[in-house]
Every structure is written in C-alpha cells, then in structure tokens.
Design a protein around this ligand. Structure first.
Ligand code: SF4
Ligand code: SF4
Length: 191
C-alpha cells in the first residue's frame, strides 16, 4: 500500500517548505477559483489566481499591519485539499479531490497564509452528498489507481497517470498531456 509513503513524502516536503517561509503561519484563508488547471484554457490559471491572492495580501497588510500575510499558490506548503475541507468548503470525494457544492471538483485552490488569529471553519458533512459515492471514478480509472471498498478509499499515486505525467515533466503549455482527469470527467457532480 503506497498511501503511507506518499504521506511521509508530503509531510517532509511541507516541513522543508515551511522552514523557507519568512514567518510561521498559524492560519490559512482558503480561496476557491472555478476551473481546473489541467484542462488548459478552459480551466484555472495558477498565475492569474496567484495575482488575485497577491492583491488580497496587499490589502490585508494595509488593513492589519500587525500581522503578516503570504499568498500560497501551487508552490507553497499547504495541503490544499485537506485545508479546504477543514475550512468547510467541500468534502473529499472517492477520487481524492475536493468536491464543492458550487463547482464539484472543477476547482483550483489557493490560500493566504497568516499569523493573524482567526476562528476555525466548520467542515461539511460527507452525508450531505457532495460525493454520492457512485464509484464511477473507480470503475473508469484506466490504471486502477483508485479503489473504494466498504467506505475506505485508497489512492495509489504511483499508478496515477496525472501524477506520472507531471513527474515526467509535462507542462501547462501542453494541456491534455498534463493531466489524465478521467476521474473528474466522469464524475456526475461535475456535469
Ligand atoms: S465519480 Fe462518483 S464516487 Fe467518484 S468522486 Fe464523483 S460522485 Fe464521488
Ligand atoms: S487522474 Fe486518471 S489515472 Fe489518476 S486517478 Fe484519476 S482516472 Fe486514475
């Protein structure tokens, strides 16, 4: 089972990146941008999203000069899907992605990291049906990277075409190659 190895890798990467930040954040304000980066021009755009977050940070610094703010895009250490779930913006679906009431999983996550004290979000209930666990993503995954058994979902990163293609150096300039996305395309919550 590869999940614990993937988690250890993510934890180590997060530890290293946190050490590089100019301050130790205590909270994150999560932003959702409609659209998926992996489907190219119709989808999200990391640099445009980052620009929005950068402007927000500038405004927040002016309004709250005692605290620090830093935009967190793709390159920063936040486990974005878990953070958005904890903020109450969606649930984690069987395909391992954030499912939101507004956009399904066709969403890109950004955040502002801060040391300003904020109240915690309230996670949504999985029973609310944002992923009705139809299993279509599992059935259609071409490599068997996803499994769902008795309420337990697993994701084997090493089998995922999207992960493998990114590791091979696919770029956002080559949409269609960048991601596989079948598990999102077949999801009824995205239609
Ligand atoms: S395809 Fe079905 S099981 Fe998979 S994430 Fe979408 S709703 Fe959930
Ligand atoms: S992106 Fe493709 S290979 Fe990866 S889990 Fe989804 S359907 Fe499977």
């Amino acid at each position: 089972m590869s999940v614990p190895r993937a988690m250890a890798y993510a934890a180590e990467r997060m530890r290293r990146r946190l050490a590089e930040l100019p301050f130790l954040p205590t909270h994150a304000v999560i932003a959702l941008f409609p659209g998926r980066v992996s489907i190219g021009p119709r989808g999200g755009d990391y640099s445009a999203n980052r620009e929005v977050l950068r402007r927000d940070c500038g405004r927040l610094r002016e309004e709250h000069p005692a605290y620090r703010f830093l935009e967190s895009g793709n390159a920063y250490p936040l486990p974005a899907v878990q953070a958005a779930r904890l903020a109450g913006l969606g649930v984690i679906g069987v395909n391992g992605l954030l499912h939101t009431p507004e956009y399904g999983s066709s969403v890109t996550i950004g955040a502002v990291l801060t040391d300003m004290p904020l109240s915690d979000g309230v996670p949504l209930e999985e029973e609310d049906g944002y992923c009705p666990q139809c299993g279509e993503c599992v059935r259609q995954c071409p490599t068997g990277a996803l499994t769902y058994d008795g309420g337990t979902r697993t994701f084997e990163r090493e089998k995922c075409l999207s992960h493998l293609r990114q590791k091979q150096g696919a770029s956002l300039e080559r949409p269609g190659y960048y991601g596989c996305d079948i598990c999102q395309n077949v999801c009824p919550m995205n239609s």
